[in-house]
Ligand binder design. Structure first.
Ligand code: 1HN
Length: 365
């Protein structure tokens, strides 16, 4: 009621939400006023309010899909143009068509595909941004994070926490491709970006391979540990384990109408998401499954590991297969359809929505 009376005092029509930002009620006196205050860096809220506070999410982010074969071809070409060392990271950014030039796949998230060729090193650095790697092709190249190396296999989910030194290397004889998911736009929004380059290409390794997973992946914690860090102490969640969990669960669990069987990667110390800013998920959709429509506020990036199918996102239909990437914008209804047993990785900014209290979802619509 207070809202209405303020608008009435302002002399605005309150017939509908459109009246708040359309400028329809612009009189010569008001226009002159807006111009006058503009010079003082002032803007009348009632001219922009409808655009600021929308009845539901309105995003420039659009539904879109990239075929891995197309990305791969361009990456191989990039491999002939620049080394990983010279580029620092040889990556092609997947830019949302609605957000070109902004290095964003959604409003809040970055996505790239990285190639490390045999014998190459991507030199050590650290930065405020958190990163996830999702392995697409290749076997056995490594990343080193905070003093430990891990070899990567297709489907592995690997984390680089904010502030952790990281470098990558490929000692195999085949190219290695992975998806990089970073919270770059979030850090950018908060003007909180710092980066530091190591004085050596590769950081010092201080722990044996597998140390983190052995310590923290056994459902045990040191007896006096009370509080966990905001990023999981596990930094490689191997696909073999993820796949086994899904396969085991499909026998006993009921299929969720909207998700099939969908799991989230967790920080074993807290039970929270594995990363503070990015939620990561793996879901199983059995052959022939068609999900019920689902929408949520967290725009989500999907990349299937196995299987083929299609997703209807609003009016857009995107066909997908292994290693393709597609994006579902905030609040767009999505229906997934699997032609074969499909295992699909995804990531979004859901942890932030949840913590700040604006996560919303709608099932069946
Ligand atoms: C980064 O550090 C990596 O470490 C990949 O592999 C992509 C994009 C922007 C900024 C830092 C990596 C990145 C990045």
């Amino acid at each position: 009621m207070l809202f209405v009376s303020i608008l009435t005092i302002m002399g605005l029509s309150i017939a509908g939400e459109q009246s708040m930002s359309t400028g329809a009620a612009e009189t010569p006196a008001r226009k002159a006023f807006y111009e006058k205050i503009d010079g003082r860096n002032l803007t009348a809220l009632w001219t922009v309010m409808g655009a600021l506070i929308t009845p539901e999410p309105r995003s420039r982010c659009v539904p879109f899909g990239w075929r891995f074969a197309d990305i791969r071809e361009a990456m191989i070409e990039a491999g002939g143009l620049i080394t990983a060392k010279e580029a620092e990271r040889r990556v092609l950014i997947l830019e949302n068509p609605g957000l070109r030039g902004e290095s964003k796949i959604t409003t809040s998230l970055y996505c790239g595909v990285q190639l490390v060729l045999p014998g190459e090193v991507a030199p050590a650095h650290r930065h405020s941004q958190s990163a996830l790697r999702f392995v697409m092709e290749g076997s056995g190249a490594h990343t080193a994070v905070g003093g430990e190396r891990t070899r990567m296999e297709v489907g592995d989910f690997v984390i680089t926490p904010s502030g952790a030194w990281h470098d990558h290397g490929n000692e195999t004889d085949r190219p290695m491709f992975w998806l990089d998911g970073l919270d770059i736009p979030i850090v950018q929004f908060f003007d909180a970006s710092f980066v530091e380059h190591h004085n050596a290409d590769e950081q010092l390794i201080t722990r044996p391979e597998g140390d983190a997973l052995a310590r923290y992946g056994a459902n045990m914690l040191p007896v006096d540990r009370r509080r966990g860090a905001i990023t999981s102490p596990i930094f490689n969640y191997p696909y073999v384990r993820t796949r086994e969990a899904l396969e085991q669960m499909r026998r006993a669990e009921a299929w969720d109408p909207c998700h099939g069987l969908k799991m989230r990667y967790i920080n074993p110390e807290t039970g929270d998401h594995a990363m503070p800013t990015i939620g990561a998920f793996m879901q199983l959709l059995p052959k022939g499954f068609v999900t019920a429509p689902y929408r949520s506020t967290d725009a989500t990036v999907f990349s299937p590991v196995e299987g083929r199918g299609r997703s209807r996102i609003g009016e857009t239909v995107i066909e997908w297969g292994p290693q393709d990437v597609f994006v579902v914008p905030s609040w767009k209804p999505v229906v997934h359809e699997a032609d074969e047993d499909a295992v699909v990785f995804s990531y979004s900014d859901r942890p932030i929505h949840e913590k700040l209290g604006f996560f919303r979802e709608m099932r069946g619509a």
